[in-house]
Design a protein around this ligand. Structure first.
Ligand code: PBG
Length: 329
């Protein structure tokens, strides 16, 4: 029980009266250390292609990546998450391009790590959806994503990304058991320091729409991902997912989407005391950005949403606003 006084001895407004006192008693703050910037990359030269459904977000070709990443480093952002836009001609039902050591993601990772070393961390998604002709995260067998067959691909994908220099492997596929098997493969291949950020709690969400557009899988995906991503009605199940992934060797866990799932961030943090990363996903970004652009709300809501992740217990936030907010902070 919280012991409290009584009015008029107690006037809670006293501590809100001045900026300095508000600063003094503030419980949560946002810093650039909390921000992870997702970056979409594309094949070609001199490209910075706007993504229609994500105002202010672009796909960069590798020659443009340099300047962009340097800018993020100067802003103090500790980590970037790379996502590839793969041309249709490189997609097949197995997502074979994901296992090409020279694919876009591996070249980008290698380039950034070679140039910037430990000045910034690089995180890569492990899942096949940018690479498959059907837009699913894994291998289809009779129209069902086959768990164990998919993991075999994910292990290879993790290893080639680790080889390219990736600091954090982030499996976003939601297959059962993949964290343990990926961890084992990393150990065996002497990638002992490569971290695993598991998308442990990933809901089947309509908030991913603009992202699928950005990586070019939207028009290919004919069904939904409900038989591998979580039902948004559940929260006990989230704890089971996290507990499994921790046992299997995850260093950090993610909850995704963000704002509608702050309750999940809170219970995961309270129960497991592990680094928890919230993902403010593409749909959240676009809804907010469109409302700002239309003048419906002030852009101060960006910071308000990000602090709410911190209040819920997130250690950091993957957000398409990272660069923009870092400039303000
Ligand atoms: C791929 C992946 C998705 C996102 C991150 N990794 C989409 C999906 O699962 O369909 C969504 C990110 C966002 O919406 O910003 N597995």
């Amino acid at each position: 029980m919280i012991r409290t006084g009584k009015y008029p001895n107690l006037r809670l407004r006293r501590n809100r009266r001045n900026t300095w006192v508000r600063r003094l008693v503030r419980e949560n703050t946002l810093s650039t250390d909390d921000l992870i910037q997702p970056i979409f990359i594309v094949e070609g030269r001199n490209k910075k292609i706007p993504i229609k459904t994500m105002p202010g977000i672009f796909r960069y070709s590798l020659d443009k990546l340099d300047t962009y990443v340097k800018n993020l480093i100067n802003l103090g952002i500790p980590l970037i998450a790379l996502f590839p836009y793969i041309e249709k001609k490189y997609k097949d039902s197995y997502g074979s391009e994901a296992l090409n050591k020279n694919n876009l993601i591996c070249r980008a990772t290698h380039l950034i790590k070679k140039k910037f070393k430990d000045k910034i961390g690089v995180m890569c998604d492990v899942a096949l959806d940018p690479y498959t002709s059907h837009g699913h995260d894994g291998i289809l067998k009779s129209n069902y994503v086959d768990n164990d067959e998919t993991i075999r691909f994910l292990i290879e994908q993790s290893l080639i990304q680790a080889k390219a220099g990736c600091d954090i492997i982030a499996p976003s596929d939601m297959m059962d058991g993949r964290i343990g098997l990926i961890r084992k493969a990393l150990e065996k291949n002497n990638f002992k320091d490569v971290k695993i950020l598991s998308y442990a709690v990933k809901y089947a969400s309509s908030f991913y729409g603009p992202f699928r557009d950005a990586v070019g899988s939207k028009s290919l995906l004919k069904s939904d991902k409900k038989n591998y991503q979580m039902d948004f009605s559940n929260s006990d199940e989230a704890l089971r997912e996290v507990s499994l992934d921790i046992k299997e060797g995850a260093d950090m866990v993610m909850v995704k989407p963000g704002l509608p799932y702050l309750d999940i961030i809170k219970i995961v943090k309270e129960k497991f005391k592990i680094p928890v990363i919230g993902y403010q996903v593409s749909g959240e970004y676009s809804i907010i950005m469109n409302s700002i652009n239309k003048g419906i709300v002030d852009d101060k809501i960006i910071e308000e949403t990000l602090v709410s992740f911190k209040r819920a217990g997130a250690n950091a936030i993957i957000t398409y606003f990272a660069e923009k907010i870092a400039k303000k902070l």
